[in-house]
Structures are given as C-alpha cells and as structure tokens.
Write a protein that binds this ligand. Structure first.
Ligand SMILES: [Zn+2]
Length: 374
C-alpha cells in the first residue's frame, strides 16, 4: 500500500511529466529571468521543499490510518506556488514616489502571491506558514502597544500525561486558564495577553507534555509596586486553577529587549521579536513524524482527535484590541499566503509559477504581471 501511495504522490497532475522530463516554462522567453530567480530557487530548496516532503510523510501516515479525506487534502497542499518578483531601487519599489522609470533595479525580492494550502492542523507546510503568520501578527501588535506596558513571559505546565489522558488534560487546561485570568490578584495586573498551546511528545516514556506559553501585558509600575506577583504565588494560583497540587513547574520572567539598545523604537522592535518568538508550532513535526512508521501512526492517531476543533492560540485584552485595530485576520484560520501583508499585487513585475513534481518544485511558467491585474 505504501509504495502505491508513494507512486501517487509522485504523479503531479499540474505538470504530468515523467520524472526525467525537463519542464520548460510555457512563456519562458526572457533569458535574464532565469538568472534573476536564483534567490527564489535557493529559498525553495532550503525552506519549501523540506516542508512539502514532510507533508508527504504525513500523507502516507493518514493513508495507513485510513484517514483518506485528510490524506487527499494534505497531498494537494502546496502543489502550486506563485511568487511575484518585485524589483526595488535602493528599497523603492516600481511606481513608488522617488523611483524613476529608467532606473536599474538594485534588489529583487520574491513574495508568495498564490498557493493552495490544505490547512490541516498537523500539515508541516501549513504549520510553518501559520507560525510565520502568528509571528507577524504578534510583531505588529507589539509595535503598536509595546511602549505602553511591561511584558511577562509565562509558561504553564502540567505533569506529563498518557495518550488516553491527553484530551481530558487539554480540556482541563483551557478551563484552568480562564480561572487563572479571572483570579482577583491577576485581574488587577493583567491588561492583555497572547497565549499559545504547545504539545511535545516524550518518546522514551510514551507520554505527552502539553503546556501554555503566554505573554502578559502588565502596568509599567508592576515590578516596583505591590502589584508584583512572586513566582511561587503564580505556581499556587495555577495549581489551584488546575486543581492539581502535584504541579511543580511555572516559569515567569520579564520580557526584555537587548540591554544595549538606547533608542526607544529599537528597544520596542527588539522586544517584539522576543515576544513573537513564542508564536511557534503547536506541535513540531519532529514530535510526530518518525522513521519508525508504527510510532508515527500511534502518535498521529492521538494528536488528530486531540487537536480537532481546538484553538491553539488566542489574544485577550489590549492584544485583542490591537488585533482588531490593525484589522488582522484570524491567526489560525486566516490567509496563509499574504502572511505579513507582503505583496501588493500591483507592484509585482513578474509572476513565477512552480509546480510540485517528483519530490521537488519545478518552474512551470513565468509571466509578466499587468498593472493592477490579479
Ligand atoms: Zn498543508
């Protein structure tokens, strides 16, 4: 069965060549274009192809678990990618003020313009895009509110649990989070938060380790007043919220920008990156895709129902308000293509279309982008 499915994976409907065929771009008459897209080819090789290959391993696992619908969705994830090429003159894109029509470009950037993503929770390709998107959103929010508050990093853990206990543990943690942020002591300091769920898998003990990473916005006077909450108090409040006094680990620390930054703007942007760092993967693919197929199948069959319909990250208070002011879309279910407002379609000069075939991305077409066209 595995070899049949593997063969299916290699048949790319977009291109339909045999594996030895060289795919010639249909409208490929600009010889300089091939030289110009070297940076894009490198990015595909370094970032996109490894993710797509991991997604294919997930597809095989879904087939083995008879999760055919999921397998078919993921197999079609990222089978075509279109990138817009934007030429800039010293950072000035075409058509922008200060750019003369005869000026030669000094840099070429490629931005994803169109793609077909499956949005499966465990798809490594989509998880990667989602983590980028959340990172971008948190950075934007921090740039807006970063100088108004101080910020805490809070990590809330529970004892490792077995596969059978995972869903129940995740449900208890969601409820406990609500209890925690409604606690009188915390309510008095909490101005907003960003929270993300992460689950890791312990192979040797065959247990799961779910935990929350959160960033809390607190008043500027938090560290020098009666508002300050000691780490041991955080632990007691989390134990109480979880109704589990065996919990021993709570980590809380001040979010800091690099010490040597004297200018407020730079300090805020350094702080944003530190905060956005927590917007990582809910589950890293290395925690469920193994060389051992039976182990992969076992862990994936536990994670699929545990993650189904579950919110993996959320914004509250001033973070949520900033999210609305910035008109950001849903961090989990929103657009996975334009993840940081990256391509204005009217400034791309050329579109490069790639198709997935035989374990790699091949250039299918290069076309000129007409102004304001889609
Ligand atoms: Zn996907």
């Amino acid at each position: 069965m595995k070899s049949e499915k593997k063969e299916e994976l290699n048949n790319c409907e977009l291109l339909n060549p045999s594996c030895d065929d060289v795919v010639s771009p249909a409208h490929y008459n600009d010889t300089t274009s091939s030289l110009n897209c070297q940076s894009l080819e490198n990015e595909l090789k370094k970032k996109w192809i490894p993710k797509k290959l991991l997604s294919e391993r997930l597809v095989l696992c879904y087939y083995r678990l008879d999760l055919e619908k999921k397998a078919e969705r993921v197999v079609n994830c990222g089978t075509f990618l279109e990138f817009g090429r934007v030429e800039e003159l010293g950072g000035v894109p075409p058509g922008a003020p200060g750019r003369c029509s005869g000026d030669a470009p000094t840099s070429t950037n490629f931005k994803l313009h169109k793609a077909n993503f499956c949005r499966d929770r465990l798809c490594p390709m989509c998880s990667w895009r989602r983590s980028y998107k959340i990172f971008g959103q948190v950075s934007e929010i921090m740039n807006l509110i970063g100088s108004d508050y101080d910020f805490l990093f809070l990590t809330l853990t529970v004892p490792n649990c077995t596969a059978d206990e995972l869903v129940r543990t995740l449900n208890s943690m969601s409820k406990a989070w609500l209890n925690l942020v409604r606690h009188k002591r915390i309510k008095s300091i909490l101005k907003g938060f960003f929270k993300a769920l992460e689950i890791t898998y312990n192979k040797s003990a065959d247990t799961y380790h779910p935990h929350f990473h959160a960033v809390l916005a607190v008043p500027k006077r938090y560290f020098k007043s009666e508002l300050y909450i000691h780490r041991d108090e955080w632990l007691v409040m989390w134990q109480k919220a979880m109704n589990d006094y065996s919990i021993t680990q709570v980590d809380v620390r001040k979010a800091r920008s690099k010490k040597d930054l004297k200018f407020a703007d730079t300090a805020v942007s350094s702080l944003s990156s530190a905060v956005a760092e927590i917007a990582k993967y809910a589950v890293k693919s290395s925690d469920y895709l193994f060389d051992d197929e039976s182990l992969t199948d076992k862990v994936v069959s536990v994670l699929v129902p545990a993650l189904a319909g579950r919110r993996l990250c959320s914004f509250g208070g001033c973070f949520l308000k900033a999210h609305q002011v910035l008109q950001l879309d849903d961090a989990e279910d929103g657009d996975l293509i334009h993840i940081d407002g990256e391509l204005r379609s009217d400034i791309a000069v050329q579109i490069y279309r790639y198709g997935w075939s035989c374990g790699t991305y091949k250039l299918v077409e290069i076309r000129q982008k007409e102004k304001n066209s889609d």
